[in-house]
Design a protein around this ligand. Structure first.
Ligand code: ACM
Length: 270
């Protein structure tokens, strides 16, 4: 039986105050946990006004390149604490800008995911993710990443599960109300742990005021909420999980993946 202690971190960043936001995030990392997921755009804040503003705060995070300051600070934290950290960061790659998530292991190695389904104004600020969904080894288990609005496309979590994810890390800046409940279904229908790390607070930098809904959570492969935070306040939704629960056996006669009938799932229904 392999157990891990995991935490979905909930913060309340002040837009643009990267230094203070990082300081707050460091204080929210639970000592002794194995895996911590931080929210989307966790150190910059969310509501950029234009692409130029993203360009000013975005940084290099891709493996094999010298990373920017947020990635560097999180890598130091991973190394000193032994925690594998997953965090949402605005990524710059040449003239491209991505709403990305980076997985940083304590040994400094990292892996990125670039948000595929962009939400609302993000379509004017970021390029759509171009790397697909992938699953990597971390803390001795298989971890996949998706970001916030990816939740409303069941294909996101399904693809990660089919690729072998046991845990889906889900950095978020949720404003619509439905996701925390929907992620129970995403967990259940894929038999995976899901870790949604959301933020709280408001941003009013454009004509569209945003209120972030908190409710960060950890959900088990049978749809049990193992931990959840409130709609306000910061903290860590902390759970000890037994990774063997992410198996696909539903009954003695049913295997979630072996029983799939993909020949009947085609999009051409004419
Ligand atoms: C979102 O995708 N940040 C709602």
């Amino acid at each position: 039986m392999k157990t891990l202690t995991v935490a979905s971190i909930q913060n309340s960043p002040e837009f643009g105050n990267i230094r203070a936001n990082l300081h707050d995030l460091m204080g929210l990392l639970p000592l002794g946990c194995d895996l911590a997921v931080l929210p989307e755009l966790c150190a910059t804040g969310y509501q950029f006004r234009c692409r130029d503003e993203v360009m000013e705060m975005a940084e290099v995070i891709a493996p094999g390149q010298q990373p920017g300051p947020i990635t560097t600070r999180l890598s130091e934290a991973a190394a000193s604490s032994g925690i594998t950290i997953i965090a949402g960061i605005a990524e710059r790659d040449g003239d491209k800008l991505y709403n990305s998530s980076v997985l940083i292991r304590p040994d400094g190695s990292r892996h990125i995911y670039r948000k595929i389904h962009l939400f609302l104004d993000e379509k004017n600020l970021f390029d759509p993710g171009d790397l697909g969904f992938s699953v990597v080894d971390a803390c001795g288990v298989k971890v996949g990443m998706m970001i916030c609005f990816d939740w409303i496309f069941p294909e996101s979590a399904r693809t990660l599960a089919l690729k072998g994810a046991q845990i889906i890390a889900h950095p978020s800046n949720l404003v619509l109300p439905w996701c925390p409940e929907a992620m129970i279904t995403r967990s259940l229908e894929n038999r995976v742990f899901t870790m949604t790390a959301n933020r709280v607070g408001r941003e009013l930098r454009t004509d569209t005021p945003l209120e972030f809904i908190g409710l960060s959570q950890v959900v088990s492969p049978t749809g049990m909420r193992l931990a959840q935070l409130g709609k306000e306040g910061t903290g860590a939704a902390l759970a000890t999980i037994n990774i063997s629960e992410s198996h696909k056996k539903i009954t003695a006669a049913n295997d979630l993946f072996a029983d799939r009938r993909p020949e009947f799932y085609q999009e051409d229904i004419s």
